[in-house]
Design a protein around this ligand. Structure first.
Ligand code: PHE
Length: 338
């Protein structure tokens, strides 16, 4: 029997073919139900125990050799097939799945481009921020009640560090390093300790703007926002409702007149025709001072908005969680947008 196995091994080693049928025949001959290996296993049961060890090893060697040979032959077959296919120029091409931009990025880029046209540039800052840049410099001292407006994630190991609750922190950083005139946008992720639901999330994106120069007035702010809403939504009727932010004075909430033409308009504006889109105001002189800017000489305005909110309005997306679920069926719908 050992002799037989040696012969089989020899045969396996020598065997080669490029034909599918031959290879299949070879496989059946060795590995088939009535093939050589099964036959050997049956015989193996009958040999006396002291011969079993060596015989078992030999049979396994053979089995391994057969399997290896089959692998190699299959690989060469595959190569052969692809090179034949490559020479067939009439074959349809391989379609590539192209990615698409995320809707949050699409709208973020649009907003950036609108403000770029009037001289704003984009600046970046850290998402893990110190207390000074996220709160204190923005006129929210340690026990300021306004800190409660933004539920905060704190860093356990360092009580001075937080996940930034807004990108206003980037504006402080920029003002500390630069002198007016300043025209910047700070887009980015922000974090708030809120329950996740259809309308709120603990992580979302903001884009904030800051303009500091001599003689900047509230009228400049209004004009800039009108320009912005007409570029983004094609709607330039806005209203500014008095509001409160610690870092701006006066402060306002801005609504855009969306209209009441369709049923959807009624639904999303709750029957009023108006939609709230952002917060803004004239930068509080204290904030300028904190960032090292002469508040006697310079004034400025700031505004900030949540990008997801705007995307939800523009595309009628009813649930903020869709932005992070990354369901390809949702994302694919934006493949033609930039
Ligand atoms: N930082 C504010 C927020 O996160 C938005 C804002 C920015 C308001 C600038 C006024 C001026 O809610």
């Amino acid at each position: 029997m050992i002799e037989d196995i040696k012969n089989y091994l020899e045969e396996v080693k020598e065997f080669t073919s490029q034909k599918v049928e031959d290879i299949e025949q070879f496989r059946v001959k060795y590995l088939g139900k009535k093939g050589i290996l099964n036959d050997l296993f049956l015989k193996f049961k009958e040999v006396p125990n002291e011969e079993k060890k060596e015989l078992g090893q030999q049979i396994n060697n053979l089995k391994q050799a057969v399997n290896q040979k089959l692998e190699i032959l299959k690989e060469t077959l595959k190569d052969q097939n692809t090179s034949e296919a490559e020479s067939d120029l009439t074959r349809p091409g391989i379609s590539l799945n192209l990615g698409s931009r995320h809707p949050v990025n699409i709208v973020k880029n649009r907003i950036i481009n609108i403000f770029k046209k009037i001289g704003f540039s984009v600046v970046d800052g850290p998402e893990i921020e110190d207390d000074w840049h996220n709160f204190t410099a923005l006129n929210m001292s340690e026990y300021h009640p306004a800190r409660d407006m933004q539920d905060t994630f704190f860093i356990e190991k360092d009580p001075d560090m937080v996940l930034r609750t807004h990108t206003s922190s980037v504006q402080i950083r920029y003002m500390e390093q630069n002198t007016p005139p300043i025209r910047i946008l700070s887009p980015g992720r922000v974090y708030r300790n809120e329950d996740i639901s259809a309308r709120s999330h603990c992580m979302f994106h903001q884009i904030e703007g800051l303009y500091i120069d001599t003689h900047v007035s509230f009228a400049d702010l209004k004009q800039t926002l009108q320009y912005f809403t007409s570029e983004l939504f094609g709607k330039s009727e806005i209203r500014m409702r008095p509001s409160y932010f610690p870092f701006t004075e006066p402060s306002a909430e801005v609504d855009v007149y969306w209209g009441l033409e369709t049923e959807t308009d009624y639904r999303i504006t709750k029957g009023t025709g108006w939609l709230e889109i952002l917060g803004c105001g004239m930068v509080d002189p204290n904030v300028l001072k904190n960032a090292g800017i002469d508040s006697e000489k310079y004034s400025g305005f700031a505004f900030g908005m949540g990008i997801e909110r705007i995307v939800m309005l523009m595309y009628q997306i009813g649930d903020i969680r869709m932005f992070t679920e990354n369901d390809i069926r949702v994302l694919q719908q934006f493949s033609n947008e930039f």
